[in-house]
Design a protein around this ligand. Sequence first.
Ligand SMILES: NC(=O)c1ccc[n+]([C@@H]2O[C@H](COP(=O)([O-])OP(=O)(O)OC[C@H]3O[C@@H](n4cnc5c(N)ncnc54)[C@H](OP(=O)(O)O)[C@@H]3O)[C@@H](O)[C@H]2O)c1
Length: 342
Amino acid sequence: MADSNQIKNIAIVGASGQVGSSVLKHLLKSPKGFKITVITRTDSQATFPSSVTVKKGTYDDAQFMEDAFKGQDAAIFALHFSAQAAQDGMLDAAAKAGVKWLIPNEYAGDGMNEAMMKAAPAFAPKLQSRKHIEELSKTYEGVKWIGVTTNPFFESFLVNSSKVFGINTAAHTATIYPDAGRFNTSTLDRIGLSVTRMLSLPITDSSNPRASLQHYANNFLYTSSYCVTQSELLQAIQKAKGESEADWTVTKDKTVKGSIEQSEAAMKEGNFQAGFALVGQVFRENMSPRCASANVRAVLYRYIGEGLGGNYEDKAQEDRKALGLEAEQDSFEAAVKRVLKV
Ligand SMILES: NC(=O)c1ccc[n+]([C@@H]2O[C@H](COP(=O)([O-])OP(=O)(O)OC[C@H]3O[C@@H](n4cnc5c(N)ncnc54)[C@H](OP(=O)(O)O)[C@@H]3O)[C@@H](O)[C@H]2O)c1
């Protein structure tokens, strides 16, 4: 007999992407026997395991989306930046179809940290989508969002560490900011596993409400693989590559605070207010590359700046406990070595 206190049917939009493919992999491996529907674009080249129901169509086709969402308990959105603008229409379709648990495109900083959300404009569309779901719940009873806070993806930030965290592995140069602090980062695998464990929880549990899905209604799940400093990252890279400090030029003449000010000035150059209604628009023509990159950096500096919201380890630990997750098996140094393939 079906367990009415358990999510069973889950739709994923963007299941072939970085986040989506990891979530899909873990959902399919789960002993809970989830029934998965993948919603993908008509012209997508993505392929999926035969155990998955695949519905192909157009994201902005409201009827197609509503039909695709029928019968689903939860819908996970893991969309490419450029598809963010289509999300609200898809949320409407999901709510209309009767889906109660909506996991919108987040996978970023701590959405409960108001100062951080207000400070970095790239977070605005995420906040707006959460508000949109809250509006929908006035018409469609029981609809709620769950945000997934990941901070920077471990793999991509490490590979792009020159651009994002001041560490250029090819040039052997690093900028270590004196006002940087400890920050969380999540591997893609950990994100998929954490989302799966959360959706595996009983919907309600009066004996342990903290370990129920209801705890996450209009709330955030905090995933994390490591909580590290820039210096620890630099040392791990040096160790992985068998290099010493003498092989590197390390400067400490810039601050996070000053870098945020510079990013904000660059954003203003790019017709920022008009051009950044949605994060996908960083790729559009009305924003100069300098302005677009400043937008991304404005977020990343907030991840690493001491006291700016990038360290949510306490919340991540609570969630690991609720989800029955151990810390990563790989040490931070081993994980750095694996990703750098050295
Ligand atoms: N915290 C971080 O460090 C970080 C880094 C990157 C992204 N993010 C966040 O995570 C979200 C998901 O990112 P992701 O990297 O997992 O997404 P992704 O791999 O770039 O794309 C996810 C899926 O979106 C669909 N899609 C729709 N329109 C597309 C288009 N024009 N081009 C390519 N794919 C398109 C594709 O699925 P189908 O082919 O099946 O339609 C694709 O597999 C982002 O929107 C962003 O909010 C966070």
